[in-house]
Design a protein around this ligand. Structure first.
Ligand SMILES: [Zn+2]
Ligand SMILES: [Zn+2]
Length: 343
């Protein structure tokens, strides 16, 4: 694992050659620092991959950064969004307003955007708090219910499916559906240059959040999807990676394989941990407390614990699909509990 965060203040717009530029756009108050927005040249106007966080400073950085590499934001033809998260889709609406650009997104994330946009104010927080209570969160759930949330992203004009070509005249930009981090996450393969825009799916120094929402869902397996999506990228061969955070790097396939190994290892350790705790089945919260995170559990705030629990739940769900653990149901209203499956 490479070390060290890079600061936004040290980033500059860059000409990556071949009609591709990167523009760092800050994420205010977030340790991730910045989103790398890419502009791809075409005879019919540039297309952006992602747009950045919806904030005044981020908008100024995007507009001025594009201008610095010779792109007028008003000339943008389209914005293809790798996934619906606010650090990617946040500014897409403002770019569309400035230029008349289309916004494209995978159909599964477009459906989520419709859902989020349709929610009455505050109901998202109620949903999250209720989900945390069902996982055994206790008072951490109350804190989350009081927290603020970013604005919903703009509804896309175009919905993408796996294999679709993005409307980029004179170039070949293909949609590679890579569910896991979100259900509709896509990587974009610039086939004429053998470059892969990896979004949050494959990052050089960190791994993306893989959670399950609500935590006790049994009809999906996001981590299983993510592992399959990593295999998909690993099979693309030696392709240059242009990720949405951190920095560009030469071999997307090698890094995808490394991240897959990291999660397989985490699954193995979680199974061992569950096997070493015979007796009472554990709530998702109790499992999360016992797993290893980048900081001690006691140092994590309620929202971070919520994300850790979602990640624990995703790993438990994959182990359940693999028949390594199973859930037990107690009295109605009690949190769901997991225990190791013994043979
Ligand atoms: Zn994301
Ligand atoms: Zn991101």
């Amino acid at each position: 694992m490479k070390t060290g965060r890079r600061l936004y203040s040290a980033q500059r717009p860059a000409d990556l050659g071949g009609g591709v530029w990167s523009v760092p756009v800050p994420i205010p108050g977030n340790p991730l620092g910045y989103t790398l927005v890419y502009a791809i040249e075409s005879p019919a106007g540039p297309v952006l991959v992602d747009a950045g966080w919806n904030h005044e400073d981020a908008w100024a950085a995007l507009r001025d950064g594009l201008a610095a590499v010779g792109v007028d934001v008003r000339s943008v033809r389209g914005v293809v969004v790798t996934h619906h998260h606010p650090d990617h889709a946040g500014l897409a609406g403002q770019v569309r307003e400035a230029s008349g650009a289309w916004i494209a997104m995978h159909e599964a994330d477009a459906a989520l955007v419709r859902l989020i946009r349709g929610l009455p104010d505050g109901s998202h927080r109620d949903f999250q708090a209720e989900m945390m209570r069902r996982a055994g969160a206790g008072s951490d759930a109350d804190a989350v219910q009081r927290s603020a949330r970013p604005d919903a992203p703009a509804q896309p004009d175009l919905e993408l499916r796996d294999g679709d070509l993005v409307d980029l005249p004179g170039r070949v930009l293909r949609t590679v559906w890579t569910p896991g981090h979100t259900p509709g996450h896509v990587c974009l393969h610039l086939e004429d240059a053998d470059r892969l825009f990896t979004g949050d799916h494959v990052l050089p120094g960190i791994t993306p959040h893989i959670g399950i929402y609500p935590y006790d869902r049994q009809d999906v397996d996001p981590l299983g999807d993510f592992l399959a999506s990593l295999t998909r990228v690993a099979e693309l061969g030696d392709t240059e990676a242009l990720p949405a955070h951190e920095w560009t790097f030469p071999d997307a396939a090698a890094r995808a394989a490394e991240i897959r190994d990291h999660h397989e290892d985490k699954l193995l350790r979680l199974r061992d941990l569950m096997a070493g705790l015979p007796g009472e089945p554990l709530t998702i919260w109790e499992v999360a407390e016992r797993m290893t995170w980048n900081r001690p559990w006691s140092d994590l705030g309620p929202a971070q614990r919520g994300m850790a629990a979602a990640e624990a739940a995703a790993h438990l769900r994959t182990l359940e699909v693999r028949d390594e653990v199973h859930r037990t149901s107690g009295a109605p209203g009690d949190p769901v509990r997991f225990t190791v499956t013994s043979y």
